[in-house]
Design a protein around this ligand. Structure first.
Ligand SMILES: Nc1ncnc2c1ncn2[C@@H]1O[C@H](COP(=O)(O)OP(=O)(O)OP(=O)(O)O)[C@@H](O)[C@H]1O
Ligand SMILES: [Mg+2]
Length: 300
C-alpha cells in the first residue's frame, strides 16, 4: 500500500477539517477525493504531508508513519492555488525546487529536461512565469511537483482554474504519470475529472468519508427501457435478468451488469410483440450519486 489511514482526524478546536477517515491507496492507482468546498480535502492532504499535525488516528505513507522526513522526499505535492514566483523563469522555478529537494546540480539539470517534456513546456522554460498562461502556470507547478521523480504524487485541484483545453492537457499528464507507474492522489470537486481519470474514488462530506469504491462499483449505471405493448410475459422474461427491476407504465429500470445481456433484453421485448422505443444506460450517474451523498445545501 502506498497510503493507509486509520481513523485519521484533524480538526481545528473541534471544528472543520476531517474526521475518522480510513482508506488505503494502492500502488499505481489514481485515487480521487471528491467533495464540495470546505469538505476537508486540502486539510487531509496537508495532514498526510506533515504540514498539519493530526488530532487523532494514524496514517502510513510508503509504509512509514506520516510526517516521516525521509518519506517526504519520495513524495510530490502540488498545493491548491499554488503561488507562483512570477519573477522567475520556469527553468529557475524548477531548478530552485530541485535544490530544495537537495538534488545534485547535474541531476537537477538532466531531470528538468525530462520534466519539461512531460509537461509540454519545452521552449518556454526561459520565459518569466508572469508571461505564462494559467494552463502553463499549472503545468510548471506540476513540473515542480514531479521534479524529484516521486513515487506518490498529491495534486490538490490541479485543474479547477483551467479551461477545457488546459484541463485536458493536465489530464494527459496525469495519464502519462500513471503509465509510468506513479500513484496519484487527486483532490477535486469536478465530477467529469473523476470519471475520466480515476481508478477509485472516495466522497468526503463535511469532513466525513461517505463512500469509497472503484468507479465501476460506485457508478453501477442502471438500464432504462421504454417499451410499448409491455405485457406480463415481457416483464417475466426481463425478470430473469434482473428480478428486482422497477416498472412504471411503459418505463422499466433494471440493473444489468453485463453488456452481453443487452441483445437478449432487446430480443425478449421484440419476440413478445413489445415495441422497443428506447434502451440506454442512465447518464450523469456520478453527479446523482454525489448530490445524493452530500446534499445540495451549503453548510460550511
Ligand atoms: N487552519 C485552519 N483553521 C481553522 N479551520 C480550518 C483551517 N483549515 C481548514 N479549516 C476548515 O476546515 C474545513 C475543511 O477545509 P479544507 O480547506 O480542507 O476543505 P476543502 O475540501 O479543501 O475545500 P475547497 O474545495 O474549498 O478547497 C473548512 O470548514 C475550513 O474552514
Ligand atoms: Mg481545498
Amino acid at each position: 500500500m502506498m497510503l493507509e489511514t486509520y481513523n485519521l482526524t484533524k480538526q481545528f478546536n473541534g471544528k472543520g477539517g476531517f474526521k475518522d477517515v480510513s482508506l488505503s491507496v494502492r500502488e499505481g492507482e489514481v485515487f480521487s477525493f471528491l467533495g464540495k468546498n470546505g469538505a476537508g480535502k486540502s486539510t487531509f492532504i496537508r495532514t498526510l504531508l506533515g504540514i498539519l499535525y493530526p488530532t487523532s488516528g494514524m496514517g502510513l505513507m510508503l509504509g512509514k508513519p506520516i510526517g516521516d522526513v525521509e518519506t517526504r522526499k519520495k513524495i510530490g505535492y502540488l498545493p491548491e492555488l499554488f503561488q507562483y514566483h512570477t519573477w522567475l523563469t520556469g527553468y529557475e522555478l524548477l531548478y530552485n525546487h530541485g535544490l530544495l529537494y537537495k538534488m545534485k546540480k547535474n541531476e537537477i539539470k538532466a531531470r528538468i529536461d525530462e520534466v519539461l517534456k512531460i509537461v509540454g513546456l519545452e521552449g518556454h522554460e526561459h520565459k518569466k512565469i508572469k508571461q505564462y498562461s494559467k494552463g502553463m502556470k499549472q503545468r510548471i507547478g506540476l513540473g515542480s511537483a514531479i521534479l524529484s521523480d516521486p513515487l506518490l504524487l498529491f495534486l490538490d485541484e490541479p485543474t479547477s482554474a483551467l479551461d477545457p483545453l488546459g484541463r485536458k492537457q493536465v489530464r494527459d499528464i496525469i495519464f502519462k504519470l500513471k503509465n509510468e507507474g506513479k500513484t496519484i492522489f487527486l483532490n477535486t470537486h469536478l465530477l467529469s475529472e473523476v470519471e475520466l481519470v480515476s481508478d477509485r474514488v472516495a466522497i468526503l462530506d463535511k469532513g466525513e468519508m461517505k463512500k469509497i469504491g472503484t468507479m465501476k462499483e460506485l457508478l453501477h449505471s442502471p438500464l432504462m427501457l421504454s417499451v410499448g405493448n409491455c405485457s406480463e410475459k415481457i416483464i417475466n422474461e426481463l425478470k430473469k435478468i434482473d428480478p428486482l427491476l422497477e416498472r412504471v407504465g411503459n418505463d422499466i429500470k433494471m440493473s444489468v451488469e453485463r453488456d452481453n445481456d443487452l441483445p437478449k433484453i432487446a430480443d425478449s421485448v421484440v419476440k413478445n410483440d413489445g415495441l422497443l422505443y428506447m434502451m440506454k444506460r442512465k447518464e450523469n450517474v456520478l453527479e446523482e450519486l454525489f448530490i445524493n451523498t452530500v446534499g445540495e445545501e451549503d453548510v460550511r
